[in-house]
Ligand binder design. Structure first.
Ligand code: HEC
Length: 96
């Protein structure tokens, strides 16, 4: 019974808890690209390829607004810690 309870706790945690801990000082190469590849690349490529550092940097204000402030992107939602990672990364000056 105890085991079943734990399995349930873990299953629930899997839905609501962040998929990975939020890094304190994220960089594009080690953190952000993995997020945008996962969450954005299915819709955004070409001129809005958010896995491309230079393109993201150019569009940082739009991305901050849509992902961190208004939360309208991605349309299907995203874990809170990933939004925070993107926000922190932009605020800290977008380290590559
Ligand atoms: C299911 C498809 C889909 C996903 C996934 C998605 N987007 Fe979008 N995004 C769109 C569409 C369609 C538009 C254009 C319509 C609009 O502005 O709402 C858009 C517009 C945007 C814009 C405004 C672009 C501009 O030039 O004004 C930004 C910024 C943006 N998305 C960022 C993101 C980021 C960052 C992610 C991932 C974290 C993401 N989107 C994930 C479909 C998506």
């Amino acid at each position: 019974m105890k085991q079943l309870a734990w399995a349930l706790v873990l299953a629930l945690a899997g839905c609501t808890k962040p998929s990975a801990p939020m890094p304190e000082s994220p960089t594009f190469t080690s953190h952000i690209r993995a997020i945008t590849k996962n969450r954005c690349a299915s819709c955004h490529f070409g001129k809005t390829d958010w896995t491309d550092y230079a393109i993201v940097k150019q569009n940082k204000d739009k991305i901050f607004k849509r992902v961190v402030k208004d939360r309208t992107m991605p349309p299907t939602g995203m874990p809170e810690n990933e939004r925070q990672a993107i926000g922190v990364w932009i605020t800290q000056g977008m380290r590559e």
